[in-house]
Ligand binder design. Structure first.
Ligand SMILES: [Zn+2]
Length: 221
């Protein structure tokens, strides 16, 4: 390959990497409308921390989905792709609040090493349960006390409920290793609040967390 062609290929690879979710300080969430809000110092700090956490979760899930696909664990890839979408929903509404408070959302993406599907599920399960839930509970309490705009504690509360649904899904998949390679399954993600669940009977026709209607539910299959 000629030198100029090699440089061109390298540029395309770098551009593709950045678009697909590379590392570094950047804003992977889609731009959202700026609605001015009142947010004190603690609220803004908590919003930035949560935004960074959600961006990392989205990028981590995207990486896990790609690795699962490579290794033929298609059902697991479906799960991680749907969770990545859900975490991006959180990142987007947190970004909108940060911009509404007059700041710029920032995330430092640190991706974990790939070890295997069980370790990936455990990593994600630990990240979506336990400590993160108590962190969000504290964020809700502190931003309510700070008398920030109601939208801020509401956003944390919504993210908290959605994370519980992710933890349930991940815990369930940890128990069902015989299905990881199957090509079936259907997962529904609420594009308003990030709730995620397997779509089974009784069929989910609206979001149980934010009550968004069916048109706002995205199906992964
Ligand atoms: Zn919802």
């Amino acid at each position: 390959m000629k030198k100029i062609e090699r440089i061109l290929v390298l540029c395309i690879v770098v551009a593709a990497f950045l678009c697909a979710g590379g590392c570094g300080k950047r804003n992977p969430a889609a731009p959202a409308a700026v609605i001015p809000i009142k947010a004190g110092a603690r609220a803004l700090s908590h919003l930035q921390e949560a935004y960074n956490s959600e961006c990392n979760a989205a990028a981590r899930s995207k990486l896990f989905a790609a690795k699962c696909t490579e290794e033929g664990n298609f059902r697991l890839a479906l799960l991680f792709n749907s969770l990545s979408r859900a975490e991006n929903v959180h990142a987007s509404f947190l970004a909108a609040l940060i911009r509404g408070a007059g700041a710029e959302p920032l995330a430092e993406i640190n991706l974990p090493s790939w070890i295997g599907p069980r370790e990936a599920l455990l990593t994600a399960f630990r990240a979506e349960s336990g400590n993160v839930l108590s962190v969000y509970v504290n964020f809700v309490r502190e931003t309510t006390e700070e008398e920030t705009s109601a939208a801020v504690p509401e956003a944390f509360s919504r993210a908290l409920e959605a994370e519980k649904s992710h933890a349930l899904l991940l815990g369930d998949y940890l128990q069902r290793s015989e299905q990881w390679k199957s090509s079936g399954g259907m997962i529904v993600v609420c594009t308003v609040c990030g709730f995620a669940a397997e779509k089974a009977d009784p069929q989910i026709t609206s979001c149980p967390v934010c009550h968004a209607e069916g048109a706002k539910l995205e199906i992964f299959q």
